[in-house]
Design a protein around this ligand. Structure first.
Ligand code: KG4
Ligand code: ZN
Length: 339
């Protein structure tokens, strides 16, 4: 019998649906939400409303592109957390209703675990155990992945996520939300050594980005009070230098995790893994330090339902189905324990 899963992702500001059949992704449709741009960040209530408008067309398109009928589905998987409560509610309520109507199982998926398991969409995934640097708008974690069902968080940010550091810097530079990709684009033309920012350390394999955020703010205030056009005149160099400082912070702890665990299979996951500077830095590590590096294709770095489908496929094979009482959990955490 075919295992055919419809997956729904609605944890933040992307509405996405994907169809997976027997481990292969047949479609992955993502609808973004431009409505937040004018506010310089995500407005949760507007996100929920946009999900509500987008969800049916996105699901229908994913079925059409995959050439699958609703009656072919064997399960529905959906993100239940972490994320914005109202945004999650749209996806969870839709998925529950559809699964109940079709009388098929519902699978609940942790969004951060799904970012990591996105690597298994590839034909040459990592083997276990591997370390995953999970970097998004809400998380910065180093995770030891022992199996699809066993993941241990070795370290994580104690304040802001690295994606927030990118986005808040972009806001200070007058760039629209989400600024991470724009910093990446400007950085490609700039000198990463033009300006220096501190790499403030915290214990263990944990991260902190609040210190560098403040340092960037003071640096820009200082420079623009002397030269009002400083940002416009040095945009590429500022972006390249900030990006380099953030990558240095990420790498320092990742290197330490490699030393402490002896694991040299390294994966990156989450929206910030789309960053070209970070991708290149990790590729260089293959040459210099003998790491085996796994970098997801761009479409599976930022939020997407294909990663939810792949995670749902792992859980389907172990009959890990949700109860009908399942509800969103905005603060859902890793680690996960073996089933
Ligand atoms: O995983 P994701 O799509 O959503 C969350 O789960 O948070 O990550 C979004 C984050 C945002 O902070 C965005 O600015 C950042 O990923 N991002 C990037 C790039 N593309 C997305 N940051 C730096 N460079 C990029 N190319
Ligand atoms: Zn995400």
């Amino acid at each position: 019998m075919n295992i055919t899963i419809l997956a729904i992702e609605s944890s933040c500001d992307d509405t996405s649906a994907s169809i997976l059949q027997n481990g292969k992704i047949l479609s992955n449709v993502v609808a973004g939400q431009d409505v937040h741009r004018q506010y310089g960040g995500i407005v949760p209530e507007l996100a929920s409303r946009a999900h509500q408008q987008n969800i049916i067309p996105v699901v229908e398109q994913s079925l059409r592109l995959a050439n699958i009928q609703k009656s072919d589905l064997t399960a529905v998987a959906c993100t239940t957390g972490p994320g914005l409560l109202g945004a999650l509610l749209v996806g969870v309520s839709f998925s529950k209703t559809l699964a109940a109507a079709l009388q098929i199982p519902l699978i609940e998926v942790n969004h951060m675990r799904a970012h990591i398991l996105a690597h298994f969409i590839s034909d040459s995934p990592p083997t276990f155990p591997f370390l995953c640097l999970t970097v998004s708008g809400g998380h910065t974690q180093i995770v030891r992945v022992d199996s699809p069902y066993d993941m241990v968080v070795l370290g994580q940010t104690q304040d802001d996520a690295v994606g927030e550091a990118f986005d808040k810097t972009a806001k200070l530079l007058g760039l629209p939300y989400p600024g991470g990709p724009l910093i990446d684009t400007y950085a490609a033309q700039g000198n990463p050594k033009a300006f220096e920012f501190p790499n403030i350390d915290v214990p263990g394999l944990n991260y902190s980005f609040s210190g560098i955020k403040t340092a960037i703010l003071y640096f820009l205030q200082n420079k623009t009070s002397a030269h009002p056009n400083f940002i416009q005149d040095h945009m590429a160099d500022i972006c390249a230098s900030v990006q380099q400082a953030l990558i240095d912070i990420l790498l320092r702890k990742l290197q330490r995790a490699v030393r402490e665990t002896g694991i040299t299979q390294i994966a990156i996951a989450g929206g910030v893994s789309a960053n070209k500077g970070l991708r290149q830095t990790l590729r260089n590590k293959q040459e210099t330090d003998g790491w085996t590096v796994f970098i997801p294709p761009m479409e599976f770095c930022t939020d997407n339902a294909a990663m939810i489908a792949m995670t749902g496929y792992f859980d389907y094979q172990r009959n890990l189905f949700a109860s009908w009482e399942v509800s969103p959990n905005p603060r859902m955490h890793l680690p996960l324990t073996s089933a």
